[in-house]
Ligand binder design. Sequence first.
Ligand code: KIV
Ligand code: ZN
Length: 514
Amino acid sequence: MEPRTIKIFDTTLRDGEQSPGASLTIPQKVEIAHQLEALGVDIIEAGFPVSSAGDFQAVKEIAAVVKKATVAGLARSLEKDVTAAGQAVADAAHPRIHVFCATSEIHLKYKLKRAHQEIIKLSVDAVRLAKSMVDDVEFSPEDASRTQPEFLREVVQAIIEAGATTVNIPDTVGYATPEHFYEIIADLVANVPNISQAVISVHCHNDLGLAVANSLAAVRAGAGQVECTINGLGERAGNCSLEELVMALKVRRDHYNVRTNIDTSQIYRTSRMVSSLTGMQVQRNKAVVGANAFAHEAGIHQHGVLAEASTYEIMRPEDVGVPKTALVLGKHSGRHAFQQRIAELGYTLSDEQLTSAVAALKALADKKKEIFREDIEAVVEDLLESVAVGWKLESLQISSGSKMIPTATICLRDPAGELFQDAGTGDGPIDAVYSTIARITAVTAKLAEYSIRAITGGKEAQGEVYIKLRYNDGSYRGRAFSTDIIEASALAYLQAINRIIAANGRETTAPPGV
Ligand code: KIV
Ligand code: ZN
C-alpha cells in the first residue's frame, strides 16, 4: 500500500514562542519562517494576531513572504480574534485561520463558565466567520484529551458541518498516554459521521514526556496532520518535537507506512537557528539534534560503528543535516577554507559579516589548535546575535586566588567610542566582573540564570556562557563564547546589558566619576 502523507504543522512561532524566555523579534520570526519553508513544513502557525500588535505584524509579514507553506493565525472563538487572524493572514498564498475553544468539563466550569450548547454555538459561529474570510479553517477543542468523549464527538461533528477542514485534537496539558490518545482518535474516526470531510490533526504537549509517543499513536489511529515545534519548544515542558516525530516516521516507515514533506537534511540547521535566535539551548543528549546524538562513547560501540555504521546507528548524521566532518580547520587554513565551511553549515552572511567571522575564526585558530564545527557555529552565531550598538569590552584583568579577594579591572568602550575603566571586587572572579561592569554601564540588573559548558572536547575547548538578567519586568539573555571562561562571562553579561539598554532606551553614558 502507498504510504499516506502526514502534514507537518509547525507552531514554533506561536506555541514555541510561548516557552518562558523564548521571545523573538519580528525579523527573527521572518527568518525562522523562511527556514521552516526550506525545511518543508506544510503549515506555519505564525502567531496569535489578536494577542498583540507585534504578533499581528509578525503574522502579516510572514504571510507576505511565505509562498509554498500555508500560513495560519490563531484565534479564540471570538469575533475580534477571528477578524484579526483573517486580516493578518489575508496576503498569504495559502491562508488558514485556526480557531479554538475549550471543551473539557474543567475548562467549561472554571474558565469559560459556559454550558455545553453555548460552547457549540460559540465554536460554530467562529468557524463560520473564519470560513467567510478563508477556505482553510482549522478548529481545536482545547483540552480535548480531558473532554467527555460524547461531547467531543458532538463538537467535532458540528464544527465540520460549519466548514472546518481540519479538526485538531489537542492534549493541552500533556495528560494523555499513547494508548489513551490512540483511543480518542480512533473513537472520532469510528463515531463522527462526517469525519472524512476533515483532516484529523493532533497537538500534544510534553508534560509527561509523551508528546512524540502520543502523536505517533494518533498517526496509527488515523491522524493526517501533526502539530509540532522545532527542538520541542512550547508552553511548560513544550510540544511534540518536530525533528523527533519526523525522524521516527522516517526511520520506522516499515511500521507506520507514512511519509512527510520534510527535507530532513534541513533539520539540524533549523534546530541551530531556532536555538540561537530564541536563546533556548538544546540539551546535549536531545534525540536527533543534541550534540551527543551521534557521538559514540563506549569502545565497543565505536568499534561496531567503524566496522559498519548500522550496528549502532539507526540514522546517519547526514540524514538530519549534521555535517560529516568533525575536525575542520586550524591555524594555517586560509580565508577561503573558512568561508567554505561557513557556507557548508548553511549560514548566509553578508560580506561584512563574513569578513568579521573569518577574522574571529582566525584569531581563535591562533589560540586553539583545532577548529571544530561547533567552534564555527559558536563564532557565527555569536556574530549574528551580537547587539550592533552598545558597550564593548576593551580589556579585562582578574586577580583571584584562594587567599585573596577576587578583583576585576575592566575597560569598556561606550557606544560613542569613549573608554571607561574601573575596578571592583566580588565573592568570586565572575561576581567581581559583573559588579564592575554594572557600575561602569550604570545598569543594575539581577542575574537570574548563569550556565557554562564546553562546546567541544579537549582542554583548549571554547566555553559557552549563557546568562539571563532580570531588569524591571523583563528578562534579557546574553550568550558568548571564548577559550577564556571569564572573558566569555563578561561578554555574555555585556550582551544582555546592551539588550536592556536597547529595549529600555536608557542613558548609555557612564555615571560621573567613573
Ligand atoms: O495546547 C493547546 O491546546 C493549544 C491550542 C490553542 C491548539 O495550543
Ligand atoms: Zn498548545
